[in-house]
Design a protein around this ligand. Structure first.
Ligand SMILES: CC(C)(COP(=O)(O)OP(=O)(O)OC[C@H]1O[C@@H](n2cnc3c(N)ncnc32)[C@H](O)[C@@H]1OP(=O)(O)O)[C@@H](O)C(=O)NCCC(=O)NCCS
Length: 192
């Protein structure tokens, strides 16, 4: 397994570049969180102030250095516009990784996250040594469900108490794909 630590490591897709997160991204992250309901399907809460985003950035950078989680900023290949974020994190079982993602509301429903999720799965299986990649989504989150289905993940488990929002449990579904399943998919639809 290749060690992925250089900060200039990037993944290129047809329309996007997935790169190391930078301080320059913070205003874009903050602006996404200003949109009503943006955080409802994610475990983390919107920050009250932009300054609160520096600590998670430092944690992301440390995890990248340690090789335990890679949070990529997604930018448009040509315009360099900030599109969103996607992460791939190692679980307690070292060959099981987990993905999570969000697209800035200004750029949703243009296929960017499907493209970036395919690239992250490919990265996980081919460069991180994953044999099993999972993702969970709030059961009302049809966009997330559709992305995970489109990249070939299958339903694994219903989780009645996935995470909490405003003191209420949010039900989740867990989806997953194995390396064997990924390699057996039609390569034409599988290329990031
Ligand atoms: C969910 C989310 C990541 C989708 O990102 P996106 O860049 O819009 O996704 P894509 O454009 O790649 O769309 C993928 C599919 O989902 C569908 N889709 C996207 N948003 C949808 C929505 N709100 N309702 C129903 N379907 C939706 C698209 O139509 C597309 O399906 P299709 O190809 O069959 O038409 C985005 O809405 C988001 O960031 N939401 C807020 C944060 C969040 O909930 N993150 C996920 C946590 S698990």
């Amino acid at each position: 397994m290749e060690k992925i630590s250089p900060k200039d490591f990037m993944i290129q897709t047809a329309r996007c570049l997935l790169r190391y997160p930078l301080e320059d991204d913070i205003p874009h992250v903050f602006s996404a969180t200003r949109v009503a309901e943006f955080n409802d399907g994610m475990v983390w809460e919107p920050p009250a102030h932009m300054d609160e985003l520096y600590k998670p950035l430092q944690e992301n950078l440390l995890a990248w250095e340690a090789g335990t989680a890679f949070v990529f900023t997604i930018i448009a290949l040509h315009s360099k516009t900030f599109i969103g974020r996607i992460s791939i994190r190692q679980s307690e079982q070292t060959d099981v990784w987990n993905i999570g993602f969000w697209t800035h509301p200004e750029h949703q429903r243009q296929g960017y996250m499907t493209e970036s999720a395919r690239a992250s799965i490919d990265f996980g299986f081919n460069q991180l040594g994953a044999i099993h990649i999972e993702a969970s989504y709030a059961i009302w989150n049809k966009g997330s469900q559709r992305i995970l289905e489109k990249i070939g993940m299958k339903f694994v488990e219903y989780i009645p108490q996935g995470f909490q929002k405003k003191g209420q449990w949010i039900e989740e579904n867990k989806m997953a794909i194995t390396k064997k399943e990924w390699l057996s998919l039609d390569r034409a639809s599988n290329i990031p």
